[in-house]
Design a protein around this ligand. Structure first.
Ligand SMILES: [Zn+2]
Ligand SMILES: [Zn+2]
Length: 256
């Protein structure tokens, strides 16, 4: 059965949360992102609802519940008093396995098109209405900063790329083939023996310890490609992949 997605573009009001582009404000650039995403999801077989400007958060959450949606996605851009602040952030009710799975599916597609190789963040927020109210799980997107020049010039006003990446991530999460055509951005492969380049990467002695043993730089290989507690074993030569006793240590997936 096809899944139903609820997209809730920001609804702060006309001329609220002005961005750096003349005459633009948050709602003006988040709605096109949601609309593009919705189109790609529909082409991929999803049923999609997009919150209307006339609907407040309560009305949107109620509509989502009435339609038994499978995932609820507010679409926003962030603001900071520091003009240099820029990153992508996803907020969820918690950062446990269930929500991390959604993040792990969506974040790589977004990171792949976000300028500057900046890692996306998963943040726990329990106080937001659209995280609390819907029966469905919520992943609340802050897609860059409308207070940052680079994000305004090269990201948030490109609804085609951003909406498509969001749709690709949602497809990935539900295990649905992306139906939008075209090339997907190349994503990191985390298979056994995958060659990785590390730079000052924290290395751990086990999958569980918080203690950093050392930092490693250079070319390494995933020892078995099996993720444990968010970490992979690495080794330093292709010939040592999968060989007992030849594990250099553990690194966080998020540091690759
Ligand atoms: Zn704008
Ligand atoms: Zn917002």
């Amino acid at each position: 059965m096809s899944k139903t997605i609820y997209l809730s573009p920001s609804n702060h009001g006309k001329n609220q949360n002005k961005c750096l582009r003349a005459g633009c404000y948050e709602d003006k650039h988040t709605r096109p992102i949601a609309e593009v995403c919705a189109e790609y999801l529909r082409k991929s077989g999803f049923k999609v609802l997009v919150g209307k400007e006339s609907q407040n958060m309560a009305a949107r959450c109620k509509e989502a519940d009435n339609n038994n949606v499978d995932l609820y996605i507010p679409v926003h851009t962030n603001a900071s008093s520091s003009p240099s602040a820029r990153y992508i952030m996803f907020m969820c009710y918690n950062t446990g396995e269930v929500y991390r799975k959604i993040f792990d599916a969506i974040a790589p597609y977004m990171q792949a098109i976000y300028p500057g190789n900046v890692k996306a963040q998963l943040v726990k927020r329990t106080d937001l209405y659209e995280i609390n109210a819907p029966r469905a799980k919520t992943i609340y997107c802050e897609l860059g900063f409308h207070t940052n020049q680079q994000d305004c010039d090269n990201f948030i006003h490109n609804p085609e790329a951003v909406g498509k990446a969001l749709a690709q991530g949602i497809c990935q999460y539900f295990g649905v083939a992306f139906g939008g055509g075209g090339e997907s951005p190349s994503l990191p492969n985390y298979g056994k023996g995958q060659k990785i380049t590390l730079s000052g990467c924290p290395l751990y002695g086990t999958s569980a310890t918080d203690k950093i043993a050392t930092h490693v730089t250079g070319t390494y290989y995933l020892w078995d490609g099996k993720l444990l507690r968010g970490r992979y074993r690495i080794t330093n030569l292709p010939s040592r992949v999968g060989v007992a006793g030849q594990v250099t240590g553990w690194i966080n997936k998020s540091d690759i």
